[in-house]
Design a protein around this ligand. Structure first.
Ligand code: THU
Length: 160
């Protein structure tokens, strides 16, 4: 090996007393809709809440299907709906919460590969980072400042 190409990534940790008012509202929205998930196959409930730069907030949950790959994650559900309706409004932040049904505490959910690529798509569309916050089991929010922290060496240019 002659050379190494390295990318360092990190998550920031925010305990509840450091959350912004918007973080609190988005987290509550995500928790509330998480309980309405259609997840009879995995029993893994996910809620995602999204803030757009027009100030509007949206939330969605995972929707599973008996033909498993047809299911949709909470993140892609909320992104499709919000940006589908407000195609000129930049997504600022997405907060994700998850819990196994009947579990006593939240699970940390970092977006799956398909959702990472989807978030990347909207960073490219709006030429701006999207903050991704994930509720951890101990109640802190973990923050990725951009999808780049979760998808290093991402694919985003057909002409590069
Ligand atoms: N799921 C999400 O909604 N978001 C993620 O980031 C990870 C996984 C859903 C998909 C499926 O309904 C269930 O969680 C178990 O994988």
């Amino acid at each position: 090996m002659r050379q190494k190409i390295e990318m360092k990534v990190f998550l920031e940790v925010y305990p509840p007393h450091e959350w912004s008012d918007q973080d609190r509202v988005l987290t509550e929205m995500a928790k509330e809709i998480m309980h309405k998930a259609h997840a009879p196959y995995s029993d893994f409930l996910v809620g995602a809440a999204l803030l757009l730069d027009n100030g509007k907030m949206f939330a969605a949950n995972n929707q599973e299907n008996v033909s498993f790959p047809v299911g949709v994650c909470a993140e892609r559900a909320v992104l499709s709906y919000a940006i589908g309706n407000f195609p000129e409004s930049r997504p600022v932040k997405i907060i994700i919460v998850a819990k196994k049904r009947e579990a006593g505490r939240y699970a940390t959910v970092t977006p799956c590969g398909l959702c990472r690529q989807t978030i990347n798509e909207y960073e490219v569309k709006f030429d701006a980072p999207i903050q991704i916050m994930m509720l951890s089991p101990n109640g802190d929010l973990l923050l990725a400042q951009s999808i780049e922290a979760l998808l290093p060496f991402r694919f985003n240019d057909l002409n590069a």
